[in-house]
Unconditional design. Structure first.
Length: 346
């Protein structure tokens, strides 16, 4: 529920609290809400500035690598990291948590460049790829950079407790899922079937990690958001790219997406519902191809679409009751963890 000032004014008019209490409470809540991530102009500028700064580093590497390779680029990466950490402390001293989270994330994002430059200096990198190709091509040698970045993100999370740092970890987990294939299976060709399977499995791992983080940290600071986003995206992408001519397998695909919808309802994580909706639409599109010559099917499909709209209306009206009912179906320990994550009493 979104609380607005007029809600407190109505409470004061109704005699629930005094006008002075309403004003004091709104002043306090305004300060709290200003640091909660949201779609506010200041926050948009914060994140835009952070992404521009990270993009500027990538652009600099692209333009200057031939002349600055090795020690000069390592020095640049180290200097950027120091600036990011210094700005983090400066923002924290002024109680500006969101820009502090962005600047420490910026510092962590310099780790791949630092590690690659170090490898280049020590003569441990051979081949046609360079750091400019890190975001483009799959190569098992990126793994060392990815593991170092995950370690740096873990240290930053432990030291500064900034949820946005998990964004970098999520991206690196995604890259790692692709680079592990040639590393573990010595598969250097375009074997997409294997890559899709690894993406699916890594998606499950990252999603389970997100669930563990959720249960440990709760929702006051949403550390799980980015892990859920990348984990579900990896799982759903790997699942959707699987090819099968079996109608039974395609129906199982629909059931898995319906299960994602249920998981999203229990955990109150919309990312599950978004990808589930894409999957359900993909299956419906498949049915359209099968029955495209029949005139009855489009009418049934339109009726099903309208039915889903009304189902969504009923869901919104009874969301809390549905959530509680689904929770009761869970094992007691899992239910306790979920309730704790939502800040409710078990």
């Amino acid at each position: 529920m979104k609380l607005q000032k007029r809600d407190l004014e109505r409470a004061a008019d109704g005699g629930v609290i005094s006008k002075a209490q309403a004003d004091a409470l709104w002043t306090f809540l305004s300060g709290q809400m200003s640091e909660a991530p949201g779609f506010r102009p200041a926050h948009i500028l914060y994140y835009l500035g952070g992404f521009v700064a990270i993009g500027a580093l990538s652009l600099f590497v692209t333009l200057a690598w031939n002349d600055w390779a090795g020690l000069p680029m390592f020095t640049v990466a180290l200097a950027y990291a120091v600036i990011g950490v210094a700005l983090t402390h400066w923002f924290l001293s002024r109680r500006l948590a969101i820009p502090a989270g962005i600047t420490i994330t910026f510092a962590v994002s310099t780790v791949p460049l630092a590690v690659y430059s170090l490898q280049h200096m020590l003569g441990l990198w051979e081949g046609s790829y360079s750091i400019r190709d890190f975001h483009v091509y799959i190569d098992w040698r990126w793994i060392f950079m990815e593991l170092a970045t995950l370690a740096a993100a873990a240290v930053a999370l432990w030291r500064y407790r900034m949820p946005f740092t998990v964004f970098v970890a999520g991206v690196i987990f995604w890259y790692l899922s692709m680079d592990l294939v040639p590393f573990l299976f010595h598969d250097y060709d375009d074997s997409w079937e294997l890559r899709e399977l690894v993406s699916l499995e890594m998606g499950i791992v990252v999603t389970m990690l997100a669930f563990w983080v959720d249960m440990r940290s709760g929702r006051e600071k949403d550390y799980g958001f980015w892990l859920y986003l990348f984990g579900v995206a990896m799982f759903w992408g790997g699942l959707t790219m699987q090819h099968s001519d079996s109608e039974l397998n395609k129906f199982f695909y629909l059931l898995i997406n319906l299960a994602l919808l249920g998981i999203g309802a229990v955990l109150m994580r919309r990312v599950f519902a978004v990808f589930a909706a894409f999957g359900i639409m993909a299956y419906l599109g498949h049915l359209v191809e099968i029955f495209k010559s029949g005139l009855l099917f489009p009418m049934l499909l339109a009726a099903a679409g309208l039915g889903i709209i009304f189902l969504g209306m009923l869901w919104q009206k009874n969301e809390r009751r549905i959530h509680d009912t689904l929770l009761r179906l869970l094992p007691a320990k899992v239910r306790t963890l979920v309730l704790r994550a939502h800040g409710a009493a078990a």
